[in-house]
Write a protein that binds this ligand. Structure first.
Ligand SMILES: C[S@@+](CC[C@H](N)C(=O)[O-])C[C@H]1O[C@@H](n2cnc3c(N)ncnc32)[C@H](O)[C@@H]1O
Length: 355
């Protein structure tokens, strides 16, 4: 059985300090061993040697600000050394020959037989996956993780890179804001499908990246924001703008119920203290007219973007999560998405229905 004192974490490179703070609070027994800002890569040392199954005992091992993590088992200084070390691991049948490379092509060129990524199935969960993290041409980390654990889809697809590079222009053909990518990624991670004709309540909707995404897919959107919406949203017949702050929504409850019997999706993306936003949402959920629109069995998902500010920082996250649980939804994930900057996304679903 492979054992190591080291764990590795990958994150959006702009979030490395957030991840460090999260780990320090959640796993004080870990000591930082290596940090590479450019790659968004960290390793931590544990006093006790760990096997892959020990990770599960790490207080429900899960970090908001990391999109992949696992056991860091070795290092290599070049491709040749990497090849030798991997062959040894494979020869000893420590690993099933499943590989998950950051740089698949370069490694395919290195090995005489191209490495094919196995088509994983749900019941493959016990299998180990080998991770190679290339820092530079002369610096590789070798890691392992249990298939399906401690990572998001952003590890295997190009969302990660995309998230860091998306420059939004204000031209009409482009999405009105970065939030377009946030909802795209959040939906991909939630594994839920949107359907034409469904109804979205978009709170904090201006300028309109999220509304634009749903409108493009044929959904109906009600946007709540005192600020102006982008003209592409306003020109769409499936869009209605209630140009008011969230605090005024209770007063406009009859207007809201005229627009929809029940929402299929709720999105909250407001640049205010999340504790404060939550207190308003709690009031709305208690309101007799609004509650059936928000908490119907029809609800497929509720995305809540949590903005980190000087006032609302990482130590406050656990109590926020407890408060959110009191809204009566099921928390499916709390994750920083590639397009999230100093923020992360909580995805909630209706716990009375599996849809
Ligand atoms: C990050 S932007 C939202 C981006 C938007 N979701 C999009 O898709 O383009 C934050 C928004 O929160 C809005 N906001 C701030 N305070 C608000 C409040 N009390 N009620 C509703 N919206 C608010 C701002 O006007 C701003 O448009």
């Amino acid at each position: 059985m492979i054992k190591s004192n080291y764990l590795y974490f990958l994150t959006n490179n702009s979030s490395i300090n957030l991840l460090k703070e999260e780990i320090k609070l959640k796993y004080p027994q870990l000591k930082i061993a290596y940090s590479n800002l450019e790659c968004g890569f960290l390793t931590y040392k544990s006093e006790k040697e760990l096997s892959i199954s020990d990770i599960d005992n790490f207080d429900n091992f899960n970090t908001i600000f990391s999109y992949a993590s696992g056991l860091s088992i070795d290092k290599a200084k070049n491709y040749k050394e990497l090849e030798t070390k991997i062959s040894l691991l494979a020869k000893n049948k420590i690993l099933n020959s499943y590989f998950c490379f950051q740089e698949q092509q370069a490694l395919n060129d290195l090995f005489s037989q191209p490495i094919k990524q196995k088509n994983f199935k749900e019941n493959d969960l016990v299998d180990l996956v080998l991770d190679i993290i290339k820092i530079r041409e002369d610096n590789f980390f070798i890691g392992i993780h249990q298939f399906g654990k401690y990572r998001t889809i952003f590890y295997d697809y190009d969302y990660h890179e995309h998230g860091q590079n998306n420059e939004i222009s204000t031209s009409l053909s482009s999405p009105p804001s970065r939030a377009y990518y946030k909802i795209k990624e959040a939906l991909a991670l939630s594994n839920k499908k949107i359907k034409k004709g469904e109804c979205v309540l978009d709170i904090g909707s201006s300028p309109g990246g999220i509304s634009y995404f749903f409108l493009q897919h044929g959904l109906h959107v009600v946007g709540i924001d005192a600020a102006k919406m982008h003209e592409t949203c306003l020109a769409n017949k499936n869009f209605t703008h209630l140009q008011i702050p969230l605090e005024k929504l209770e007063q406009e409850s009859s207007k809201l119920s005229e627009l929809s019997n029940a929402f299929d999706w709720i999105v909250v993306d407001i640049n205010l203290d999340p504790e404060y936003v939550l207190s308003i949402l709690k009031k709305l959920i208690k309101n007799k007219t609004i509650s059936p629109l928000l908490k119907s069995t029809q609800l497929k998902g509720f995305f809540f973007t949590v903005k980190l500010t000087r006032k609302f920082s990482i130590p406050k996250i656990p109590s926020l999560i407890k408060n959110i649980e009191q809204l009566g939804f099921e928390i499916v994930f709390c994750k920083q998405l590639p397009s999230n900057k100093s923020e992360f996304t909580i995805f909630l679903s209706n716990n009375s229905k599996n849809n």
